[in-house]
Each structure stands twice: as C-alpha cells, then as structure tokens.
Write a protein that binds this ligand. Structure first.
Ligand SMILES: [Zn+2]
Length: 465
C-alpha cells in the first residue's frame, strides 16, 4: 500500500464514519413490505455513493422486487475483472426492547458500531466503496477492473436475483467473484470461508382417514399418521447421526489431507462449543471431528413436526393427518435434486400402505467450495496477512450463501468469500455490532487485495486473451 493511500485513509476517517452512519440510518428491511420505500432509499444512497467514489455505469436496476445496484470501473483493460457482491438490505429488528439503543440510530461504543445492518452487511459494502474511493482518489485508477453489485433481497432469500443475473449475464462477465457477507472465525483473526453447505428442503404430509377418529373405537384397526410419520423420520437416520438413505453419500467429496489440516488448525474448544449451545453431549458421524461434521459432511434434520390434538387436556383420537418439515444440508458435489429424489425414494419404500402421503418441495441450494490453493484465494490470504498481521484461517460454514452457487451456475464464476464481520456480531439479533477495527483494517485489506490480484502471474480463471 502506498503512503498516499495510507494517509488518505487516515485523513478521511471522520467523513467515512459519518457516511457509514447515514447508510445505517436507513431502515432497509427487505422482508417487511412497508419498508419497500426504505429499501429503494438505501439503493439510491448506495448508487449515489458509487458515483461519488468514481464508479461508472451506475444503475439502480429493477428486479421485480427490491433493486440491485450496479456500478463498474473498467479502466485497466488486460487486467483481471472482479465481480464484487454485498447486500444493502437488513433483517427485521424484533424484539425491539432487547436493543441497548435504537437499531436505526447508529452509535459507536467501545470500538463497536451498534446498529441493525452494521455487520450484516452494510459495513462490508461500505468498506468496498471506501477502498475504491481511496485507490481512485490517490492513484486515479484501480489495479484491477471491478464490477460491483449490491442487492436488496439477501435477507428475503434473494428471490429475484437469479433472474436478474440471467438477464445481465453479459455485463457481469468477470474472472472471479468476491462476496463480502461472512465473518471471521474467532476474535479478530482474519478468515476466508472456503466452503458453504447447500440445502434440499421439503414438507412431508401423511394422511389417514379424512376425519380424526375415536382411538377407542378405531385404535388397533386403523393406522395412525403421527405414528407412521415418526417411523419414517426414525428410519431416515441412524442413531450415530449417519443418514440412512441409499446413495446419499455417493457424491460427497472426501476432504483432502490439506483441508483436514487447515480445519484442525482452527482454534476450537469442543467443550466450550457444547456448553455454548447448552446440550449435554454432541453427536456426529464416526471418523469425523466436530468441525468436519459441520463443514464437510451432509445432514438430515427434522425442522418441525405437528399433527393431532395439541390443546390442553385429553382428547383421545387417531389424528387424520401429520406433518414434518425436513431439510438436508449438502456438501460438494451433492446435487440437491438428486439427493431429494434419493430421500423421496427411501420414504416411498418405508411408508406403509395404510396411509397416503405427499411431499412439497420448500427450496434447494447448491453447496459451494473454493479451493484453498486457488490463486484468487491465495491473493486474498496475502492481503489479509499484510493488513491484519496474521495469516487467515480457512473456515467452512455449515450454512448457505445461495448467491455463491448462483454465481457459479449462472455466471460460471468461482467466488472468494472475503468477510470482515466479527464472529459474535449478533447478526439477525438485537444489538448487532461491527468491530470498527475490522472495518478500518478491512478497507486497507481490500485495497491491498486488488493490488495482489493485479500482480498474479496467472489469472484466476483459465487465463485471459
Ligand atoms: Zn448478509
């Protein structure tokens, strides 16, 4: 990083803080229809910010839902082009009475910016724009070409994003993508997320008689949908945590020794983890550590189950129907459609003829992996090491960032998940906060990252003409 850049960033700290707060004051809750004008206002705010830092072709793009904001800087032909993603929408704020200060009145306390969206994800989009601003202000150019998209529906399942990506495929061409919407693993040790789990999710409905039946008059002759549902659920998984569905593990990629080693290096205290969850003991597939089970292995879980009489007092019935929501977290190279078909086949095989059933699909997401030795990952690692003073940890998240899979399937781009939020930043919860040290250092790390990418001898994807 040049001296000019460093001094520019030192000099502009105050104005950056004010602009960050102004963005946080906009209650852009994407999931609540009454906040649609606020989402639009946040999009316009971000677009104005993009223009002011020197991005071009800035556009608040309609999607049918909340807009996507696009801007680019393509002034260095022949150098790599990076697609940068973040989101300007936020989660709802309930329960409001648990907030120490109002969620849309940002304040800094003890080095923490307290506000809804402070870490997820407004800080990270703001940091990207500040890095671009500083580079353009001091050098009149960026080391690489960037295309920036900030969406407004990430907290509402990105409903319109895939169609928008399809429609804008040409202008979104790049060498790789950077998503900044993840967190560090522990304290302020920088980390790079190298894999995310996918998902297949469905509801299973089991039906007996059209009406609830008297359990004295019919019990013993008529099957009970709740009993049957419990048998099905029990048959899908073995007591040791292994999913009991033929072919379920066929496409699971076994971790390489390098990946297992990287995971084993993470600071992780199994007892503290168990205690933090409040369970008497952990469970999981034999032969895998807890972090491997979370990051590298697929699951099957019942998310909800209901049916029959749930009111107060007795009511002796054989219920007419029973229901469960069931989800599988998937890992590379599992295909959500294929896994769903395998689980559905297993359900067909074990469901007795005494009941009818139906299955409703509730959503799918592909797993994604970015290899640790990918040149774009390694460039990020060098930038983080130089800025934060320690080498990044390579983490595997148990959850999903569906946009990562969309970038891969729609745009053909691999993604580096470069996030700066604190691991305990209370995302989606009251008192969400962002570490201002991570925010400041992160801006410098991003600026360095573009320099590192520019200096790659080998372009991240396939080489350029
Ligand atoms: Zn987010």
């Amino acid at each position: 990083m040049t001296d000019e850049l460093a001094s520019y960033l030192d000099r502009t700290r105050e104005q950056r803080l004010e602009s960050f707060k102004a963005l946080l004051r906009i209650p852009s809750i994407s999931g609540i229809p009454a906040h649609a004008p606020d989402c639009r206002a946040a999009a316009e705010f971000v677009a104005a910010d993009m223009r002011s830092v020197g991005l071009e072709h800035v556009d608040v793009s309609d999607t049918g839902g909340h807009p996507v904001v696009y801007g680019d800087w393509l002034g260095t032909p022949g150098m790599p082009t990076v697609l940068v993603y973040g989101h300007y929408d936020v989660q709802p704020v309930d329960p409001l009475d648990l907030w120490e200060s109002p969620p849309f009145e940002p304040v800094v306390r003890d080095g923490r910016m307290l506000a809804r969206g402070s870490s997820d994800d407004k800080s990270q989009i703001h940091m990207h724009l500040r890095a671009i601003e500083a580079l353009l202000a001091t050098d009149c150019k960026l080391p690489v070409n960037v295309k920036v998209i900030f969406e407004g529906e990430e907290e509402s399942s990105s409903i319109h994003l895939d169609a928008w990506l399809e429609a804008n495929r040409d202008r979104l061409q790049a060498d790789f993508a950077v998503i900044s919407d993840t967190s560090f693993f522990e304290g302020n040790l920088p980390s790079i997320t190298v894999s995310l789990r996918g998902l297949t999710y469905f509801q299973l409905d089991v039906f007996g008689s059209p009406l609830d039946l008297h359990s004295g008059g019919y019990g013993g002759a008529v099957d009970n949908p709740i009993n049957v549902l419990c048998q099905i659920v029990a048959a899908l998984k073995r007591p040791d945590g292994r999913v009991n569905v033929r072919g379920f593990y066929d496409d699971v990629v076994e971790p390489s020794p390098l990946e297992r080693e990287a995971l084993a290096r993470l600071p992780f205290d199994e007892d503290a983890y168990r205690e933090s969850i409040g369970v008497p003991a952990l469970i999981g597939e034999p032969g895998y550590t807890v972090l491997e089970r979370l990051g590298m292995r697929p699951t099957l879980d019942v998310n909800g189950i209901w049916g029959g009489f749930e009111g107060e007092g007795p009511k002796t019935i054989i219920p007419a129907h029973a229901h469960a929501k069931i989800s599988c977290r998937l890992v590379a190279d599992q295909d959500p459609e294929k896994v769903f078909q395998l689980v559905a086949a297993r359900i067909a095989e074990i469901t007795p003829k005494t009941v009818r059933y139906s299955i409703q699909r509730l959503g799918d997401g592909r797993p994604s992996v970015v290899p640790i030795d990918h040149p774009a990952t390694q460039a990020a690692a060098r930038a983080l090491t130089a800025s934060f003073g320690s080498e990044p940890l390579y983490t595997r998240e148990g959850g999903s960032v569906p946009v990562c899979a969309s970038f891969e399937s729609i745009l053909g781009l691999q993604t580096v998940l470069l996030g700066f939020a604190p691991p305990d930043g209370q995302f989606h919860a009251p008192n969400e906060w962002m570490s201002m040290a991570n925010y400041e250092t992160g801006i410098r790390a991003i600026a360095r990252y573009w320099e590192e990418v520019a200096s790659l001898a080998q372009w991240p994807i396939g080489g350029r003409p």
